[in-house]
Design a protein around this ligand. Structure first.
Ligand code: ADP
Ligand code: MG
Length: 735
C-alpha cells in the first residue's frame, strides 16, 4: 500500500515514474495527487474549440465530422516516396478544428464520422486556421477507451489534466487510477470538529473525488476542501508570524530632539503633505515602542513615500540603529542611494570633509558593485559607520552582516516574495522594525494573505503642484500615420525644454529576454498578439537616431548594461544632458526625473496593467503636464486592447490593481514563483475565494492563540511544516 510520501516509482514502476519526474517534476504520490485535473470534460459536451490558444498543449473532446485521405509522391534524392496525409475535421457543435495526420496508416482507421474522442496535441496554425498536427487520441467508445477508464467510469465526467507532449492526459489519468487503488486512507490534519463546522470533506475523500468525481457536485466539494487547506496553510503561517513578532519585543528607537531627523526637517525644501505628517507621527510612535513596527504603506506613484521612509530611517539612526532600504532593481537602489545622499547633504558625510558632527553615511550594496567598492560598503555596514544601507536583493545574501540592524524598509513590495522579506529580517538579533512600501494598491484578499502580518497605512494625497497625466492608446494598426505624430510630440516637448521616455518590451541584441518581471507579464493572449517579435530597445534607438528623432540627444538604458554605464546614462538623463531615454522596464519603478513629460510605451500590450501604471508614474512629477502614449498594433476590441483602454481610462490605482489581479495567476501574486518554488496555491483564487480566506484566517487565529508552535495540534503542525519551505520554518523557529 502507498502513502502520500511514497516515491512514485514504488507504485508505478521505473519507466512511468521517470516520465513523470522528467516531464512534470512529479516524484511522490503526493506530487501526483496534487497535480489536479485542470477541468472536467463532460461525456455529452464537447470542448469549446474557439477557446484554443496557439502553441498551447491541449486535450480536447470532439466529434469527427469528415475524413479525407490524400497521397502525393515526394521526389527526394533517395528516390520517390509516398506521402500519405489524412485530413480529419472534428467539431464541437459550433466550431471545427482540423487534424492533420502524416503517414499515420492504420492509426487513423478508427476515426470514422461520428466518433467521439479525446485528441491531444499542440495547437498550430495553417492558412489562418487552427490545427493539430499528428495529434494523439483516445476513442471514447469501444477501442482505445476500454483500456482507458471505461469500467469504473460510469461517471459522466472525465478529468482533463495539464499535460505535456510526452505525458498525455489519459496516461496521467491511468497512473492516478493505479495510485488511488494502492493508496492507504490519507490521514487528515484537520480535526473532525473543524471539518463538520465548515462542511468540509475529509482529505482522503477530497483527493479521491478531485481526481475521480462522479459528477460536478463531487468535484466542487473536493475543490472546496483542498482550497481550504491552501488558505489555512497560508493563514496559519501568517498567524504564527504575528504571534512570534508580538512575543519578541523589538528594540525601541525613540526620536531624539537634537538628532539628524530634527536637522533634516528644518532643511526640507518643501512642506510635508498632511498625509505624510500623519503617517510620520504614527511611524515615530511605533519605532519608539517595543511592540515593533509591522506596517505596509500604500501610496500612489509619486505620493512621496520615500521621504516618509527616510524620516523614519533617520529616527532609527538617531537612536543608534541601522536602517536598510531594499529596492527591487539596481537602477532604483542606485537612485535611492544617490537621492538620499543628496537630500541629507552634509548629514550623510560622516568622517568626510564638511560632514556635520552627528552625521552618518549611506552605503549602497548591489550585486554588480566592483569588488573594491563592495568591500568598502560591506565594511561600513558591518562596522556600523553606515547608518543607512540601500541595496537590491544582494542585501539578503549570507555574508552581508549588520552592526545593529534596527529597521528594514522594503520599497515596491509587489516585486518581493514574503520569504525575501523574512530573510532580511533574520539578519538582526532582535526582529527589526519593518516598513513595506508599495504603489500598487492591494486588494483586500491579497492584503489578508501576502500581507496578512502587516498593519496598513495609506498616503492618499499627492504633493501639491503635481500635474495631471493624460494617457492615450495609439492604435497604429488602424492609423499607421499616428506613429509619426508620436515622434512629433516628443520633438515638440524637447523643443520646449522637456524630456521623454521611450519604453520597449525587449533589450535586443538577438537575445530574447527582457528586463521585465515574469510575475508582471500580461496574459498569454497578449504575448501572442503580434506575430513579429516585440520591439527591442537597442534596435529602436538606432532606428530613431537615424530617422524620426535625428538631432535629439538619445540615451539607452537596459538591464544588461554594465553598472557604471547604467549609472552614467541615468545621471545624464537626470541632469538634462539627454533628451530622450530609450529603455526597457528598468525605469518602471521609482525613477524620478521631474522634467520628463512624455512616456511612450511601444508594443504596450506586452506589459502588465500594473507595469503600465508604474511606467506612466515616471512622468507628471514636475509642474508641467504629462502625456503617456501606449502604442500598440493590437486590433480594437481585442482583449489586450481593452486592457490598454482600461489603463488609459483611469488613473485610479485600486481599480487597475483589481483588473490586474483578475488577469494574473494567483500564485504569481504571492511571489512564490520568484523564489523558484512551485506555488503552494494551486486552487485558491485570491479573487473569488475571499470567503474561504476570511474563514481560514479566523480559524488560524484561534488555533495559534497561546500556542504559536501548535503543540496542541501536532498533526496540524507537521502538515504545516510539510507545506512551508524549510527556510521559512527556520526563520519562524529562530525568531
Ligand atoms: P513615491 O511615493 O512614488 O515613491 P517619491 O517618494 O519618489 O514618490 O516622491 C516623488 C517626488 O515628490 C520626489 O521628487 C520627492 O522629493 C517629491 N516630494 C515628496 N514629498 C513632497 C512634498 N510634500 N512636497 C513636494 N514634493 C514632494
Ligand atoms: Mg518610490
Amino acid at each position: 500500500m502507498a502513502k502520500m510520501t511514497t516515491p512514485l516509482v514504488e507504485v508505478v514502476g521505473d519507466r512511468t515514474a521517470k516520465l513523470f519526474s522528467s516531464s512534470l517534476q512529479i516524484e511522490t504520490v503526493a506530487d501526483l495527487l496534487r497535480h489536479y485535473p485542470r477541468r472536467l470534460a463532460e461525456r455529452g459536451e464537447l470542448t469549446d474549440l474557439a477557446s484554443l490558444r496557439l502553441d498551447e498543449d491541449v486535450t480536447v473532446l470532439a466529434e469527427v465530422r469528415s475524413i479525407q485521405n490524400f497521397s502525393n509522391f515526394s521526389r527526394k534524392s533517395s528516390g520517390n516516396r509516398r506521402l500519405e496525409r489524412a485530413e480529419v475535421i472534428v467539431g464541437d457543435g459550433r466550431g471545427t478544428l482540423a487534424l492533420t495526420f502524416f503517414n499515420a496508416g492504420w492509426k487513423v482507421r478508427d476515426l470514422t464520422v461520428g466518433t467521439r474522442a479525446l485528441f491531444a496535441g499542440k495547437v498550430g496554425e495553417f492558412r489562418n486556421k487552427r490545427q493539430l498536427v499528428n495529434p494523439e487520441f483516445q476513442l471514447l467508445v469501444g477501442g482505445g477507451f476500454d483500456d482507458f477508464q471505461a469500467d469504473d467510469f460510469a461517471n459522466t465526467v472525465l478529468p482533463i489534466y495539464p499535460a505535456t507532449a510526452k505525458l498525455r492526459s489519459w496516461t496521467i489519468a491511468k497512473t492516478v487510477d493505479t495510485v488511488l487503488a494502492a493508496l492507504d486512507r490519507v490521514p487528515d490534519p484537520l480535526s473532525d470538529e473543524l471539518l463538520l463546522g465548515h462542511r468540509l470533506l475529509s482529505l482522503d475523500a477530497a483527493l479521491r473525488q478531485m481526481h475521480r468525481p462522479k459528477d460536478w457536485a463531487e468535484w466542487a466539494a473536493a475543490k472546496k476542501r483542498l482550497k481550504w487547506d491552501e488558505a489555512l496553510g497560508v493563514q496559519l503561517a501568517l498567524a504564527q508570524r504575528r504571534m512570534i513578532s508580538r512575543a519578541n519585543p523589538a528594540t525601541p528607537r525613540p526620536p531624539r530632539a537634537d538628532g539628524l531627523l530634527t536637522t533634516f526637517d528644518q532643511r526640507l525644501p518643501f512642506e510635508l503633505t498632511a498625509g505624510q505628517r500623519e503617517v510620520g507621527r504614527l511611524l515615530t510612535e511605533e519605532l519608539a515602542s517595543t511592540q515593533g513596527m509591522q506596517r505596509l504603506l500604500q501610496g500612489e506613484v509619486g505620493s512621496g513615500k520615500t521621504i516618509v521612509a527616510l524620516r523614519a530611517m533617520l529616527q532609527v539612526v538617531d537612536a543608534g540603529g541601522q536602517a536598510a532600504l531594499l529596492a527591487p532593481t539596481e537602477v532604483l537602489a542606485t537612485q535611492h542611494a544617490r537621492s538620499i545622499e543628496l537630500m541629507l547633504g552634509e548629514l550623510a558625510q560622516a568622517g568626510r570633509l564638511g560632514g556635520s558632527e552627528n552625521a552618518t553615511r549611506v552605503a549602497l550594496l548591489t550585486g554588480s558593485l566592483p569588488t573594491k567598492a563592495r568591500r568598502a560598503a560591506l565594511l561600513d555596514v558591518a562596522g556600523g559607520a553606515a547608518g543607512i544601507v540601500v541595496g537590491t536583493h544582494a542585501l539578503i545574501q549570507e555574508h552581508v552582516s549588520f552592526a545593529e540592524l534596527g529597521f528594514v524598509v522594503v520599497d515596491e513590495q509587489h516585486r518581493f516574495g514574503v520569504e525575501q522579506r523574512d530573510a532580511l529580517r533574520g539578519k538582526a538579533e532582535r526582529p527589526p522594525h519593518l516598513l513595506v512600501m508599495t504603489a500598487t494598491p492591494i486588494p483586500r484578499t491579497v492584503a489578508m494573505t501576502v500581507f496578512g502580518d502587516l498593519e496598513t497605512s495609506v498616503l492618499s494625497e499627492l504633493p501639491k503642484g503635481r500635474s495631471p497625466i493624460s494617457t492615450s492608446v495609439v492604435g497604429v494598426r488602424e492609423h499607421p500615420a499616428w506613429l509619426a505624430r508620436v515622434w512629433q510630440r516628443i520633438i515638440e516637448e524637447v523643443g520646449s525644454g522637456h524630456q521623454a521616455f521611450i519604453v520597449c518590451p525587449r533589450i535586443g541584441d538577438g537575445q530574447p529576454e527582457s528586463d521585465s518581471d515574469p510575475d508582471d507579464a500580461p496574459p498569454e493572449e497578449a504575448q501572442a498578439s503580434t506575430r513579429r517579435s516585440p520591439l527591442a530597445a537597442t534596435e529602436v534607438i538606432t532606428m530613431l537616431a537615424d530617422g524620426a528623432l535625428a538631432g535629439l540627444r538619445l540615451g539607452l538604458l537596459h538591464g544588461r548594461l554594465a553598472p557604471d554605464e547604467k549609472d552614467r546614462v541615468m545621471s545624464a538623463f537626470s541632469a538634462g544632458d539627454l533628451d530622450v531615454l530609450v529603455s526597457t522596464t528598468v525605469v518602471e519603478v521609482g525613477v524620478d526625473v521631474p522634467n520628463a513629460t512624455v512616456m511612450v510605451v511601444l508594443d504596450a500590450e506586452r506589459f502588465g496593467v500594473s507595469q503600465l501604471h508604474q511606467l506612466r508614474g515616471r512622468i507628471g512629477r514636475g509642474s508641467a503636464a504629462g502625456v503617456c502614449l501606449l502604442v500598440t498594433e493590437t486590433p480594437e476590441g481585442s482583449p489586450s486592447r481593452e486592457r490598454l483602454d482600461a489603463v488609459a481610462a483611469t488613473s485610479d490605482g485600486f481599480e487597475l490593481a483589481q483588473l490586474d489581479l483578475e488577469q494574473r495567476r494567483e500564485g504569481d501574486v504571492l511571489g512564490a514563483s520568484q523564489s523558484g518554488r512551485r506555488s503552494q496555491l494551486k486552487l485558491l483564487s485570491l479573487l473569488r475565494d475571499a470567503e474561504i480566506i476570511a474563514e481560514a484566517r479566523d480559524v488560524a487565529n484561534d488555533l495559534v492563540v497561546g500556542d504559536h508552535l501548535l503543540r496542541k495540534h501536532p498533526e496540524l503542525a507537521a502538515w504545516l511544516a510539510s507545506l512551508v519551505d524549510q527556510s521559512q520554518v527556520d526563520f519562524l523557529e529562530k525568531a
